[in-house]
Design a binder for this molecule. Structure first.
Ligand code: ADP
Ligand code: MG
Length: 309
């Protein structure tokens, strides 16, 4: 038995048991039940050291973030996360590293009542973490990218661009107090579920607002008008020159806020019920493409986002 086959013992009791789990870590497979009238929602995201996070990122943050990005995908469907499976490829066996990493995984899981039900551990040259997330949603209620309608209001769930600013500080070798914005994203799990019955389309912002909203527009066959001055952002960004600020907001990734569209009357209803939780930043229009406006003036930015290839 290799040193890696026993590592799963670290994970055996890392999270609380979930009522839908019949059999968790320890057998060849986990066994789960799906609540009545629900569908299973699933996704996987892989994080590679040096590509998705700097090599010196803390093991706690690596654990947290590799789960967070997946819970964000589950949230973007309006689903309730249930469990994760953890595929771990490690260059070496380091007990302290594993303990910290596991703490990051278990902290975010317990915040959202998610159970670690299985995984796989192997040796590899480059640290790679691949998390599969499972969730449930009432049949037929998943909020997809292709549902945006002309006349819908475009909203985001919170301020945009801070993770990108943090990354630029780090890449410039600057000290930053924004490290957590990049390392410990907060997936909008509760809000995603509240938007079922309100939102016509939804996506989570992982690659940049411009690019991710672009996915909604393409899938729905519609265009959008964005009012840049309405996009919520923090003071650190307001202090930057205009172009720099909006490069972070439109092209920066890693925010893990939600971007969604809903009819005007549903926006008013939701806003009355949960004041100050969703922010209107634009409108869905018939004209294809993404029009950017600042105080009614047309502006032009290249929308890049993050592209791997
Ligand atoms: P098998 O050879 O049957 O795949 P493993 O030794 O790979 O068995 O895994 C044993 C048990 O430990 C399984 O239940 C598996 O899901 C779990 N496991 C292995 N690695 C991890 C991991 N990184 N995180 C969570 N569970 C894991
Ligand atoms: Mg295995």
């Amino acid at each position: 038995m290799s040193e890696f086959s026993l590592i799963y013992r670290h994970f055996k009791n890392a999270t609380a048991k979930h009522q839908n789990t019949t059999l968790g870590i320890g057998d060849d497979c986990a066994v789960s039940s799906i609540p009545p009238n629900c569908e299973l929602v699933s996704c996987v995201d892989t994080l590679v050291a040096g590509r998705h996070f700097p090599h010196d990122t803390s093991p706690y943050a690596i654990g947290w973030k590799s789960v967070a990005v997946n819970l964000s995908d589950i949230a973007s469907m309006g689903a309730m996360p249930y469990a994760i499976l953890l595929g771990l490829s490690l260059p070496n066996h380091d007990e302290n590293w594993l303990a910290e990493f596991t703490k990051g995984v278990s902290d975010i899981c317990s915040q959202h009542n998610v159970e670690l039900i299985g995984g796989d551990t192997t040796k590899s040259e480059i640290l790679t973490i691949s998390v599969t997330a499972l969730g449930f949603i009432e049949q037929g209620k998943a909020i997809k990218r292709n549902g945006a309608k002309i006349g819908d209001v475009i909203c985001v769930s919170g301020h945009i661009g801070l993770a990108s600013l943090a990354l630029s500080h780090i890449l410039n070798g600057q000290n930053t107090d924004l490290q957590n914005a990049l390392d410990l994203p907060m997936p909008q799990v509760d809000l995603g579920q509240k938007l079922v019955g309100y939102a016509n389309s939804m996506i989570d912002i992982s690659d940049g607002l411009g690019q991710d909203l672009g996915h909604i527009l393409t899938a729905s066959g519609v265009g959008a008008r964005l009012y840049l001055e309405n996009i919520p952002c923090v003071d650190e960004l307001n202090r930057l020159p205009f172009v720099q600020k909006y490069q972070h907001i439109l092209n920066g990734g890693d925010d893990y806020q939600l971007c969604f569209t809903l009819p005007k009357n549903k926006f008013d209803e939701f806003n009355a019920l949960y004041p100050n939780t969703i922010f209107k930043i634009g409108d869905i229009v018939e004209t294809q493409g993404l029009q950017l406006l600042f105080n009614n003036q047309k502006v032009d930015f290249g929308i890049k986002g993050w592209s791997h290839f």
